[in-house]
Design a protein around this ligand. Sequence first.
Ligand code: PLP
Length: 416
Amino acid sequence: FQQLSTVDPEIAEVVLGELDRLRGGLQLIASENLTSPAVLAALGSTLTNKYAEGYPGRRYYGGCAEVDRAEELGIARAKDLFGAEHANLQPHSGASANLAAYAALAQPGDTVLAMDLPHGGHLTHGSRVNFSGKWFHPVGYTVRPDTETIDYDEVRDLARAHRPKLIICGATAYPRLIDFARFREIADEVGAYLMVDAAHFVGLVAGGAIPSPVPHADVVTATTHKVLRGPRGGMILCREPLAARIDKAVFPFTQGGPLMHAVAAKAVALREAAQPEFRTYAAQVVTNARALADGLAAEGLRPVSGGTDTHLALLDLRETGVTGAEAEARCEAAGIALNKNAIPYDPQPPLVASGIRVGTPSVTTQGMREGEMGRIAGLIARAVRTDPGAPGGVDTLAGVAREVTELVAAFPAYPR
Ligand code: PLP
């Protein structure tokens, strides 16, 4: 760091500022986590220099012996941890992993059945502004209005009616377990591939806190930076017969040279995720998310679907009269980072939204437990209900921010 502050004091200031932000506030963004110093060390290593197009033992560049070892270790760890027949650690991100999976399993113009974005799906699941909606023919399934959980009968009916080439499950803002066996049955019935986008919850699978999609899916795509607590990046797991297609779809079809520092950092994270402490961590992430959802419900913020089985909860704010965008800004002013989120059948446009999404990966990494979740629920509710434009509003938010500072001081992120 000394080097950085000498060469580029402005960027050094940004790095320190971000560290201060992480240390000083509550990080409740469900797709974020706090990587270990070991992961950061691999990410900041000289492996960033290396060109290594291809795969271990089959590279288009010389000098790859060391990076080959990193990638081989990572692949072996991923296969072991998830009981997968094949793993590819090269996707630069979750979206890149999904692009490669589409490329391996479908042709432009093919029908893809996936969860609608406003119901919890991801942009890469058929949004019109994304390759998935432009180059493929997307059909979206929804959640039931009464239970706010996936309507498997609707999924089956849509699959029968549209005969998709590819069915996708796994979402961005869905707090409940997904019945992968049911999706497998539906995919088999119509002769479709089943892709599980485990970006959000793959870390919970790694830690044994929720059931694995690997035995059911043809392909599992994932990110490595969410609950899994690795570097930003993507990963694909698949069955052996699809291995060559997946590898070719990643390189050379959709990507060039792999980011070997990131591949090495993924290997580190996979090793960490195989330790017994990670199992304890993953279980606590879910326990904390339940406690937080219950606490928020007690404060009058309604958890969509009534609660959570995972690391995140989606809160419907309509009864408070506060929009998701307002709630996000109020919480930010109080030192609480979370995001606005559409809720199923949301009457508001996405940039306003009627909900917020909260997640427990980061605060659990910091060592917080159920007691703290109760306290955090109270702080969120106070911030959400405080209009900074009303008399005393700014002071109230500052008061919440002081309590946030006090709370996080006892659970430091990246302790000094
Ligand atoms: N798939 C799902 C379900 C996601 O939630 C996300 C990111 O939030 C992605 C894919 C994309 O990951 P990335 O942001 O790394 O491209």
